[in-house]
Design a protein around this ligand. Sequence first.
Ligand SMILES: C[S@@+](CC[C@H](N)C(=O)[O-])C[C@H]1O[C@@H](n2cnc3c(N)ncnc32)[C@H](O)[C@@H]1O
Length: 235
Amino acid sequence: MPETTQSSLLREEFNRWAEAGRGEGMEQDHLPITLPVLEKMQLAPTDNILDVGCGSGWLSRRLAKLVPQGRVVGMDVSDEMIRHARRASVEFDNLMFVAGEVAQIPWQPHFFSHIISVESSYYWPDPAAGIKDIFRVLRDGGSAWILINYYRDNPHCHQWGSLLAVPTHLFSGEEWSGLFLDAGFTNVTCAIPIAGGLHWPLVQGRGATERVQGRRRAAHSRRERIKQVAVSGPV
Ligand SMILES: C[S@@+](CC[C@H](N)C(=O)[O-])C[C@H]1O[C@@H](n2cnc3c(N)ncnc32)[C@H](O)[C@@H]1O
């Protein structure tokens, strides 16, 4: 299926989610995997942050409070999600929302110090292209984080794909890490701890990456580079 058609499908599906109020409901479900990462990001008050696939914007608003002298941009392929996010964020003056597709982020290169995406990347029509564009808009030394519960190493999630109305990618942690390395990231790590939860799957995945000044491309072959990725099993 051409990418533009897939993006239209995603827009229509997530517009339906937004109209049904599902955007707001996701905060409670996704907060447990997000809070530990917010601590690890070590945000400074002046940071500029992009929230990719921001949905109704709960995380963008939380981030905006953490960077009062910086700027937060929430971006989503669903214009209806963006409408909900804007409506709930009128009191913020360091936060804006834009409709857009991750493979074509409507922003200038090297702007963001941190980029985060929660439970969105497995929907992206071309995850490799999305991660490349994230790399483009990330400043040197910045970090990008993808948080997902739906990935191959998590046996609890394998049936979800067939329940969704849009195509998904069930990649392993190592495959996600490989996409980051291919995009030019260095210091790629993937951690898969078990998180407790009553109604949420017991496993969380995280791909944390850091771009280091002057080391935009690792010199090693892809196979050698992947050996540097620390993928820890469930703990
Ligand atoms: C499961 S929701 C998660 C929303 C939000 N991150 C949260 O935690 O509440 C996935 C979101 O990713 C967005 N999305 C899916 N594919 C996208 C793409 N290719 N580009 C940008 N956003 C996308 C959807 O529109 C949807 O709002």
